[in-house]
Design a protein around this ligand. Sequence first.
Ligand SMILES: NC(=O)c1ccc[n+]([C@@H]2O[C@H](COP(=O)([O-])OP(=O)(O)OC[C@H]3O[C@@H](n4cnc5c(N)ncnc54)[C@H](OP(=O)(O)O)[C@@H]3O)[C@@H](O)[C@H]2O)c1
Length: 222
Amino acid sequence: MEAIVITGAGTGLGKELARLYAEKGYAVILLGRRESPLLSVQQEIEANGGTAFVYPLDIRRYDEVSETAKTILKKHRVTCLVNNAGIGYFGPLSSLSHEQIADMIATNINGTIYMTKAFLPYFRLLPKAKIINIISTAGLRGKVNESVYVATKFAIRGFSESLVKELDQTNISVTAVYMGGMETPFWKGSDHIQDRSRLRSPRQVAEQIVAQENGQPEIIIE
Ligand SMILES: NC(=O)c1ccc[n+]([C@@H]2O[C@H](COP(=O)([O-])OP(=O)(O)OC[C@H]3O[C@@H](n4cnc5c(N)ncnc54)[C@H](OP(=O)(O)O)[C@@H]3O)[C@@H](O)[C@H]2O)c1
């Protein structure tokens, strides 16, 4: 059974992607820091006849990512990595704390790079493998009160575009996904979005990603 690794799979878009890829017949490897949301996604997938495994992991920690990847790769035939986990703090730059800035960089940039580096050598040995990086329209253009978040998403856009070139002529495809706002726990405790009614459902966005992804370098869902 082919397996797909999804970071941030306990909530929001990651949870919807996990449900859909399980329906497509993948064994879904659910990653995130908190075990309980991951376990409920696992239970739901299994109740619907799918297969899922839980590995709690903080993607900001390089050693933890390397060790967990080794453990996963010993047990599962992983052919796809979805770098979905991400966080955002919003407001004028002067309002952001040092911790918030460091946390966005550590999660959105370092975490995505660490995960990709951990799986890439193994992917090179496979006939076909995919990396899908969940970015945002914040990776396409600057936005008011989103300076650091946008900076992290531009970084992953650069990372993705460069990997597409580095891995050209190999068996590994890299797809960057740029989507607009979604109604997920991402916005909990934030008043950055005034009108939440314009946010899309993560289910709808996940369906578009799963339907469209076919190894192309980018998907834009505005
Ligand atoms: N919501 C939007 O409007 C929107 C729009 C465009 C793009 N995006 C992007 O879509 C992705 C998914 O976001 P979402 O909206 O689904 O938000 P979400 O529900 O808050 O999901 C983010 C997930 O990432 C996990 N995570 C955070 N830090 C982590 C870490 N250090 N290690 C491992 N897992 C970590 C969280 O679980 P734990 O806290 O348990 O670790 C959570 O399950 C993010 O990259 C976000 O930037 C969101």
